[in-house]
Write a new protein. Sequence first.
Lengths: 222, 222
Amino acid sequence: MKKRLMARSVDTRVRILDAAETMLAERGIEATSMRAITSSARVNLAAVNYHFGSKEGLIIAVYGRRLGPVNQERLAMLDAAERAAERPTLDAILRSYIAPVMQLIHDPARGGEIFMRLLGRALYEPGDYLGQLFREEMEPMLNRFTIALQSCLPHLTSEELFWRMHFGGGALAYTCAQIHRLELLSKGACNPQDVQGVISRLVDFIAAGMLSGERLAMTKNG
Amino acid sequence: MKKRLMARSVDTRVRILDAAETMLAERGIEATSMRAITSSARVNLAAVNYHFGSKEGLIIAVYGRRLGPVNQERLAMLDAAERAAERPTLDAILRSYIAPVMQLIHDPARGGEIFMRLLGRALYEPGDYLGQLFREEMEPMLNRFTIALQSCLPHLTSEELFWRMHFGGGALAYTCAQIHRLELLSKGACNPQDVQGVISRLVDFIAAGMLSGERLAMTKNG
DNA sequence: GTCTATATCCTGATAGAC
DNA sequence: GTCTATCAGGATATAGAC
């Protein structure tokens, strides 16, 4: 990590990161130019290359500063669930994964709704900007959740579990990325600002999907 | 629609559309330049503007030529299900929506896996490229499926149904967009080429989610 | 319908003064 | 650390010959 020796440079770094975060969430990586970012942040164009080396370095920094805290909260919630019961419920495991992301809506200090949307888009972004960062930041956390789900759903083969985690991840990513449009798309029928409601609905939906056809799926370890 | 008077121009049009389809699915709209498309299609750069007017016109044409047939097949399957039984099952409705998309994998004449991936990315693309096209092509079809689901799940409020359709749509979109990576991501545990297996798993997962907490959700029309 | 050539603007990145 | 000026190349789009 880069040292922060001067107060002014911290300001500049943060202003660039904040502006980039917003524009990347709204337009995507390729559609966001460094000129648009520096103009919005009211810093000089050359400041991006000075502080982050390149556009790719900036993108990685934008995701990097927020991803760690979210994943640490996920693991902390899973830890707490595992301390509270020898085998945590499916609902508790799913909630540990989902709540820290959805609660970003009311946590501007960690990126707020903007970073939530950015996170939802991450796997749809082209190129190799994020490959290494996600392997480092996401894989260890995902491995722990996979193990927790396996002991909760021992009748599922690893293939079945993978498919269902994938479907659940899709529902979550889509919700994060589209959260700002849902009220409009539903013609006012739903209220995305009711964070606890959204979390509970997502947990219920995915838990039901994870448990579907429990009787028929007992082909192993039953 | 533009008339096709000369054999040569049809070739050029189609070669551009095919090349664009592939590159858009792999890199996204903003990351794909017209130079890359025309170079891959081995036609002249100016041909895009001659045939499609602009890059945006090309993008709309790429989606436009494939979206209609897929949605018509969805509606045809729903029609058949409604002829076969007065009230089609939830599984039959979901399968009508999902199967025509997933079966693209083995239907190169309708765009194959490439268009399926492109479709999965559509709602994540920045800008207003596709707004009007989707309002025209998707909304009437979605309205029919909404009605079918409502009569199948009468205990759900329209808010609840919207949320669950949204979650299911996210699972489907994610699967379409990531299909080519699933074998790698699962370290060989799953086989995305087993189309019928993927369809059945998606239908089962989403149906279970749609039905979740049926007893608790009876707040209307029970 | 197709092509070459070009117009006009934007892109990421850097050198060098301050 | 910040700034101006600039580079080299890429972007979409078009004019005009064939």
